[in-house]
Design a protein around this ligand. Structure first.
Ligand code: HEM
Length: 138
């Protein structure tokens, strides 16, 4: 069960990244007209689904621990504090960006700012295999 959730969480990263890239490219192309289609909504849904899987894993993962020595251990600190908080901030930014873009005169510009910062945060907080954080590509 836990392994299945980890694989789903790991694989869904690619969909979230792809949707973010597509939304950003579209917003860049439409920045003068300001219009946007359904892509920002699909990105919002995928990122919320990822947050739900992540929050579930937070209670199941052996890398999430609460004790004094946790902060001194790179792996435990990463999943218990860094990964989860940066990802939650990124998803909050996507949510605010989406709702602001609905009311904004130039929604493409609003999306570029909020989704752009979220994209950078997510790239930084992913446990890429070369970072030695016991995670794979899929
Ligand atoms: C866009 C948001 C997110 C992305 C792209 C993402 C991506 C990933 C990836 C790639 C892994 C490694 C999986 C592997 O072992 O191959 C991982 C692990 C993990 N993530 Fe996330 N994550 C996101 C959000 C979150 C959130 C919001 C939380 C919790 C609040 C969370 C909690 C965890 C935990 C606890 C693990 C470790 C699971 C384990 O191996 O025991 N993630 N995440």
């Amino acid at each position: 069960m836990k392994d299945m959730l980890i694989h789903a969480h790991s694989g869904l990263r690619w969909l979230v990244l792809l949707l973010l890239i597509l939304t950003l490219v579209q917003s860049l192309r439409n920045r003068s007209t300001g219009s946007n289609g359904k892509l920002p909504l699909y990105t919002l849904i995928a990122s919320h689904l990822q947050a739900l899987l992540g929050l579930t894993l937070y209670f199941l993962s052996s890398y999430v621990q609460f004790h004094g020595a946790m902060m001194k251990d790179k792996l435990l600190r990463f999943y218990t504090v860094e990964h989860s908080s940066m990802m939650l901030i990124a998803i909050v930014l996507i949510t605010i960006g989406y709702s602001k873009s609905k009311k904004s005169e130039n929604s493409a510009k609003t999306l570029l700012i909020y989704y752009g910062i979220a994209f950078l945060l997510i790239l930084l907080a992913i446990p890429w295999p070369f970072r030695g954080l016991h995670a794979g590509w899929f």
